[in-house]
Write a protein of this length. Structure first.
Length: 309
């Protein structure tokens, strides 16, 4: 297996506990065989695009699997114990600059934590832009793309890769169609996305036709840019660290936009955490994020028992 150190900017987008704000050497990445995904469901069935054979799997040492070159999107269910299940569902969109997916730290681990709290979770492995198989070549390309896409931290464009938005909409449709099978309420299906996954969640809100978008969504360390808010925009839970080097707060214009549009919004701005804190960094209040998201879901009446019909 080949191992190398990733460029600082790219590593900051991979996920949990590693940010450009933190000193020390960059973590290591090694090429590994594909991770087992026994419950993964092809998002488009027989009409699926791409192939699993294109994927490049890596171990982000100390944090788990990441995957590049995804051309065949899938959805993997993580279902709660029926005794705990509250009928809500959340699609989890990991980040990775639209060039990889931090599938374990921002996908599987998040989904397991939601299922432990009674929420059916579905990890979306969405399509990303192609990169070379060789890690050194991929590192150089990803670093170049990130620097070109985010040349000035004070200017934070809402980036997108259209196939990822299409995949998110297809995932929402699949979860709602399987509501009876999975024991969920089709009117309580939301999303939570991290970094590029946060942008994917927001792009999905913007692109959705009535009744097809998420009923609520978590926007975790996404860009803080101002955006036009749809009149029927779903409730948004926003979380970011105040020392995020990629997306500084700038007064939280995206939250202000939601608030001015009179749409439900809640903001959690943590004192430390950098970019990519995932489920949280020990010793910081970022470790409270998922419980706060679940409590917010309940407050918005998305996380309690299924209403009687």
């Amino acid at each position: 297996m080949r191992r190398t150190r990733m460029a600082v900017v790219v590593v900051s987008l991979l996920s949990a506990h590693t940010t450009v704000a933190q000193p020390g050497p960059a973590p290591q990445i090694e090429l590994v065989p594909p991770a087992p995904e026994p419950n993964a469901i092809p998002l488009y069935g027989d009409a699926k695009p791409g192939s699993a054979s294109t994927e490049t799997w890596m171990n982000y040492v100390g944090h788990g699997y990441v995957v590049r070159n995804v051309t065949r999107p899938t959805l993997t269910p993580f279902l709660p114990d029926p005794a705990k299940a509250n009928g809500a569902a959340v699609i989890v969109a990991p980040g990775g600059a639209f060039m990889l997916l931090a599938l374990e730290p921002e996908g599987w681990k998040v989904a397991r934590a939601l299922a432990d709290r009674g929420i059916a979770a579905f990890v979306l492995k969405y399509r990303v832009m192609p990169t070379p198989v060789d890690i050194a070549e991929a590192t150089a390309l990803m670093d170049k793309r990130v620097r070109e896409g985010l040349p000035d931290p004070r200017k934070q464009p809402l980036l997108q890769y259209p196939p990822s938005t299409h995949d998110a909409l297809a995932a929402l449709a699949m979860v709602r169609a399987g509501a009876k099978q999975w024991g969920i309420d089709p009117e309580r299906v939301g999303m939570i996305g991290f970094s590029a996954g946060a942008m994917t969640s927001l792009n999905t809100v913007m692109a959705a036709k009535p009744g097809t978008g998420p009923d609520f969504f978590g926007y975790i360390y996404g860009p803080q840019a101002d955006v036009p808010v749809p009149a029927d925009a779903p409730p948004m839970f926003a979380a970011i660290a105040l020392d995020d080097p990629l997306f500084p707060s700038m007064g939280f214009p995206i939250v202000e936009a939601w608030h001015k549009a009179k749409r439900p919004v809640e903001l959690h701005a943590y004192g430390r955490g950098g970019h990519g804190f995932g489920l949280g960094i020990a010793g910081t209040t970022t470790a409270l994020m998922l419980d706060q998201f679940v409590a917010w879901m309940a407050m918005q009446e998305f996380g309690g028992p299924q209403p009687s019909k």
